[in-house]
Design a protein around this ligand. Structure first.
Ligand code: ZN
Length: 287
C-alpha cells in the first residue's frame, strides 16, 4: 500500500495475458524491445492489467476494472489468460472492500481490458448487473461516443455490455474534458491511444501520483517518446501527450503507474546526467 499524503493507494493486478508484440510495440523492431521483454516460445510477451484502489476522504475509488468475469473460455485461451491471485474483486476483498463498498469507478477508457469488469452477469447468465452496485461510474463523453460507434478496427475491443447498461440506468456519468473528479483526484485527457483517453492524477499532501494508463502501457513507452503500441489510434498525439507529461513527471517527482508492465508497473521518471530518460522502478507489490 502506498501512502500518498492523506490517500491510500493499492496496486492491483486483475490478470496476466500474453499478446503479440506487434500490439505491444507497434513499429519498434524486435532487436530493440526483445532484450527488454523476451518473448516466449510462441513469440508472445506478458501483459498485466493494473487497477488501483484509492481510499481517500472515507471513499473507496476504483480506477479501471480489468477483464471481469464475462469472458468465454475460448477468449481466455486465445490470450493465455491467467489469474493466480484472483480478479479485481478478490483483490479488493483482501483490502477489506466489498463491491457494494465502492463509491466511485473511474474508467480511463472503455477498451475491453480496462472496462469489462464494470458489469457482470446475474445468476441467469444473461441479465447484466453493475459489479459495483452503489458506485457512480465516470468516463469521458468522447470516449463513450467512440465506444458506442466502433469502426472495423476498434470493434474487437469496444463491447457495449461493459458500459451501455450503466449509462442507461443513470449509474454512469459522462465527463467533459479535464476536471477534478473527486477531491485531489483529477482526470486529464491524454489523447493518442484513443481520442478520449483519460489519465488520472492524484495529489495529496504535496505528493503526486499518475495512473498514466495507455498513454504509456509499459514504462519503456514513457521513457521513449517514439515508442507506442500498435493499438494507438492516433500515435502522433500519443507522442505529444507523453512529451507534456514527461515534463510534469520530472518537475513533480510523481509516482507513475503503467497499466500493462509486469516488471515496472510503478516508478519515477528521471533524466540522468547525460540526458538519458529512465523510469526508476518502485518496489510495490500487487495486493
Ligand atoms: Zn490497455
Amino acid at each position: 500500500m502506498i501512502q500518498l499524503g492523506e490517500m491510500r493507494v493499492h496496486l492491483i493486478n486483475d490478470c496476466t495475458i500474453k499478446v503479440d508484440p506487434g500490439g505491444a510495440f507497434g513499429l519498434v523492431p524486435r532487436a530493440l524491445w526483445g532484450p527488454l521483454l523476451p518473448p516466449d516460445e510462441n513469440h508472445l510477451v506478458p501483459m498485466v492489467q493494473v487497477n488501483l484502489l484509492v481510499q481517500s476522504g472515507g471513499k473507496n475509488i476504483v480506477i479501471d476494472t480489468g477483464y471481469g468475469q464475462k469472458l468465454a473460455e475460448k477468449q481466455k485461451a486465445h490470450m493465455a489468460f491467467t489469474r493466480p491471485n484472483g480478479d479485481l474483486v478478490e483483490a479488493l476483498g483482501r483490502c477489506g472492500v466489498r463491491p457494494e463498498d465502492v463509491h466511485l469507478v473511474i474508467n480511463t477508457h472503455l477498451h475491453g481490458d480496462h472496462a469489462s469488469g464494470n458489469t457482470r452477469y446475474a445468476d441467469d447468465g444473461q441479465t447484466l448487473l453493475p459489479t459495483f452496485p452503489n458506485a457512480e461510474y465516470v468516463v469521458q463523453r468522447r470516449e463513450y461516443e467512440d465506444a458506442m460507434h466502433p469502426d472495423e478496427r476498434t470493434r474487437a475491443t469496444y463491447f457495449p455490455i461493459n458500459y451501455e447498461p450503466l449509462l442507461r440506468s443513470g449509474q454512469m456519468r459522462l465527463l467533459e474534458g479535464d476536471l477534478e473528479i473527486a477531491p485531489g483526484i483529477y482526470g486529464h485527457i491524454t489523447p493518442g491511444h484513443t481520442p478520449g483517453h483519460m489519465s488520472v492524477r492524484l495529489e495529496s499532501g504535496g505528493q503526486h501520483l499518475m495512473f498514466v494508463c495507455d498513454l504509456a502501457s509499459y514504462a519503456i513507452h514513457f521513457e521513449r517518446l517514439g515508442w507506442m503500441t500498435g493499438y494507438d489510434v492516433e500515435p502522433l498525439r500519443t507522442l505529444e501527450s507523453k512529451r507534456r507529461w514527461q515534463a510534469w513527471a520530472l518537475s513533480t517527482d510523481a509516482l507513475m503507474v503503467f497499466p500493462h508492465d509486469s516488471q515496472r508497473p510503478i516508478g519515477r521518471y528521471r533524466v540522468n546526467a547525460v540526458g538519458k530518460a529512465m523510469v526508476e522502478a518502485v518496489n510495490e507489490p500487487f495486493v
